[in-house]
Design a protein around this ligand. Structure first.
Ligand SMILES: *[C@@H]1O[C@H](CO)[C@@H](O)[C@H](O)[C@H]1NC(C)=O
Ligand SMILES: *[C@@H]1O[C@H](CO)[C@@H](O)[C@H](O)[C@H]1NC(C)=O
Ligand SMILES: *[C@@H]1O[C@H](CO)[C@@H](O)[C@H](O)[C@H]1NC(C)=O
Ligand SMILES: *[C@@H]1O[C@H](CO)[C@@H](O)[C@H](O)[C@H]1NC(C)=O
Ligand SMILES: *[C@@H]1O[C@H](CO)[C@@H](O)[C@H](O)[C@H]1NC(C)=O
Ligand SMILES: *[C@@H]1O[C@H](CO)[C@@H](O)[C@H](O)[C@H]1NC(C)=O
Ligand SMILES: *[C@@H]1O[C@H](CO)[C@@H](O)[C@H](O)[C@H]1NC(C)=O
Ligand SMILES: *[C@@H]1O[C@H](CO)[C@@H](O)[C@H](O)[C@H]1NC(C)=O
Ligand SMILES: *[C@@H]1O[C@H](CO)[C@@H](O)[C@H](O)[C@H]1NC(C)=O
Ligand SMILES: *[C@@H]1O[C@H](CO)[C@@H](O)[C@H](O)[C@H]1NC(C)=O
Ligand SMILES: *[C@@H]1O[C@H](CO)[C@@H](O)[C@H](O)[C@H]1NC(C)=O
Length: 477
């Protein structure tokens, strides 16, 4: 009993408070809290009003209404100069126009030729024959600046290689009669769709939706959205830069071996894998190809073996992250004394025992053939797609699938962009070796061979996210 009495009392108290509040407010206006405006341009103030029930009878929408804008303070009795616009007057301090239909309680207003002195807060008032009221509770702050604010780029979800992605760029259009024009700058081809967008506070924005297909070559490249605002006879621009974060499967996967020459049984060999990926590689796996069979032999960035007779053969690594995997080139582990691999030493022995044994010269011929085949293999690794050697493994399919969308090759700008990147990459990598060769007067064929060996001597000159390792030439077991 006591409880419900208390509740009635509380509800009654609350209701009277609300009524008292509405009683003081003879007019209820709705407009944005704030508008950022450009000097020399116009400003549209989205505005609507309502009459509290208490005064509904006094308000007749059929009677011509005046709309009045008051600057700084809603009380203008002592300060008539605060009235900067009165729709019933033909001459006003501010050039403007109520574009909304006042009969429909729409008080949307446009002021032209805005100057910095317009920066202030503004109140709205209606005047009709029996009823006049100002809303002192709601005002709009107009901030007039010489330069536009930057547009805003938004991305939803992950930017993944090969998957088309849409980005929005949005710029305020405080003067919807002269909306800004949005343009994008991207390192690749894209399509855009522009539209006017009404925000929840009824202000207008220009929205540009851009769609493109990212490639790993776009990772950490900047994209720009520029808004050009026409103001009088000139333009004012603002832009937003954003760095792309493209996630991609491992690329440029390289296997290297140290020492690169043939080794004796019982000595140490260090195999090292490098790759670039976003997110970084989580799993490196090593495979051996011996006698036509591919066997998984180890996991980890580097694989160190104390060489036994069965370790000779070709090795490659596989790098894996959440987006797929990349397969490296193959490196040869040659064991001294095994006829499997014959190097220059055999030529030396053959030369030393020249004319003694026909058999040895026969072996030399075979060895020469194998050696040149090995060179072919190494040269292949130097090409950008070198990691896709034809040997069938677990990885080949995914690696190819991941790389295919990056070579559409049908659109010119994209091709040029890829060309640029590839060229600069190759150039930075090759400069030291090439320069050295020129000094020594060697011919280019030698340079090729030398370049293929660089993987074992230099870290990859690539600043993408990833894991790298430099092979330690003097490393022991
Ligand atoms: C607006 O203009 C009308 C017509 O001149 C005038 O009667 C009224 O007082 C003006 N209102 C204000 C607030 O100055
Ligand atoms: C009010 O008038 C403006 C200008 O004519 C118009 O753009 C806007 O849509 C109107 N608002 C409503 C709620 O009808
Ligand atoms: C304003 O609205 C009223 C009532 O809805 C309508 O009769 C009148 O034609 C409108 N005026 C304009 C200029 O659209
Ligand atoms: C803005 O002002 C310029 C001169 O200052 C005038 O020529 C132009 O007509 C004005 N524009 C509007 C829309 O009132
Ligand atoms: C881009 O804008 C459209 C239309 O407002 C919206 O549907 C979409 O979710 C927005 N996308 C992003 C990435 O913000
Ligand atoms: C303003 O920008 C538009 C494109 O947005 C361009 O066509 C026009 O030439 C530019 N005007 C000036 C004066 O720079
Ligand atoms: C890329 O954008 C960042 C800001 O996001 C900027 O600091 C950097 O200079 C820009 N780089 C280029 C090459 O434009
Ligand atoms: C390699 O293994 C053999 C036999 O276990 C051992 O004698 C030799 O010292 C090892 N070599 C190195 C470099 O550890
Ligand atoms: C880029 O994306 C990757 C993978 O989605 C994420 O792990 C990384 O933190 C992001 N980097 C930045 C700078 O946002
Ligand atoms: C790495 O990948 C190999 C081959 O796919 C797999 O056998 C191994 O379990 C993986 N290791 C980890 C730590 O994921
Ligand atoms: C193998 O090379 C890696 C990468 O440089 C290095 O961290 C590691 O210590 C080397 N291992 C041996 C045994 O030399």
């Amino acid at each position: 009993m006591a409880c419900s009495e208390n509740m009635f009392f509380l509800i009654g108290f609350f209701m009277s408070g609300v009524l008292a509040c509405f009683g003081q407010r003879d007019l209820i206006t709705t407009m944005p809290d704030r508008l950022d405006v450009l000097t020399g341009s116009c400003v549209q103030i989205p505005c609507s009003f309502d009459i509290p029930d208490l005064h509904k009878d006094k308000f007749n929408s059929a009677i011509l209404l005046s709309g009045v804008w008051i600057k700084e303070n809603p009380y203008f009795g002592e300060r008539p100069d605060r009235v900067i616009f009165n729709s019933s007057e033909t001459v006003n301090r501010y050039q403007g126009k109520i574009t909304g239909n006042m009969s429909q309680k729409n008080c949307t207003t446009v002021f032209f030729n805005v100057t910095t002195s317009y920066s202030d807060i503004y109140y709205f008032r209606i005047e009709s024959k029996p009823f006049r009221a100002t809303d002192p509770e709601k005002s709009v702050y107009i901030d007039v600046r010489d330069l536009p604010s930057s547009p805003i780029i938004s991305v939803s979800g992950e930017v993944k290689e090969g998957t088309p992605v849409s980005l929005n760029c949005s710029a305020f259009a405080p003067c919807p009669e002269h909306p800004p024009e949005l343009t994008w700058i991207l390192p690749t081809q894209f399509t855009t769709e522009n539209q006017l967008h009404k925000n929840t506070d009824q202000t207008i924005s220009v929205l540009s939706t851009m769609t493109f297909t990212p490639s790993y070559l776009h990772h950490e490249k900047n994209i720009t959205c520029t808004a050009v605002y026409p103001v009088g006879t000139s333009n004012k621009t603002a832009e937003h830069n954003m760095m792309l974060n493209v996630s991609f499967s491992p690329k440029d996967t390289l296997a290297s071996i140290s020492p690169a020459d043939s080794v004796s049984v019982g000595s140490c060999v260090n195999l090292t894998c490098s790759s670039t990926a976003n997110p970084p590689v989580t799993n490196f796996t090593w495979f051996q190809i011996s006698g036509g069979k591919t066997t998984q032999v180890a996991s980890g960035l580097s694989y160190t073996l104390n060489v036994t007779a069965g370790d000779g053969g070709q090795y490659f690594c596989e790098a894996r992250n959440s987006h797929g995997c990349g397969k490296s080139n193959e490196v040869q582990l040659a064991i001294k004394g095994q006829e499997e691999t014959v190097n220059t030493m055999v030529f030396g022995i053959a030369a030393g025992t020249l004319g003694v044994l026909l058999l040895i010269s026969l072996i030399s011929v075979i060895g020469w053939r194998r050696n040149s085949r090995l060179h072919d293999g190494l040269e292949r690794t130097d090409s950008p797609q070198g990691q896709n050697s034809p040997v069938g493994t677990v990885c080949t399919n995914q690696a190819t699938a991941g790389e295919e969308p990056e070579e559409p090759a049908e659109d010119q700008p994209e091709e040029i962009q890829y060309g640029d990147i590839d060229f600069s990459k190759l150039q930075t990598k090759e400069i030291p070796a090439a320069a050295q060769d020129r000094v020594q007067g060697q011919e280019s064929e030698y340079a090729e061979v030398n370049v293929t060996g660089r993987g074992a001597q230099e870290p990859p000159l690539n600043n993408l996210d990833g894991l790298y390792a430099q092979v330690n030439k003097t490393g022991g077991c």
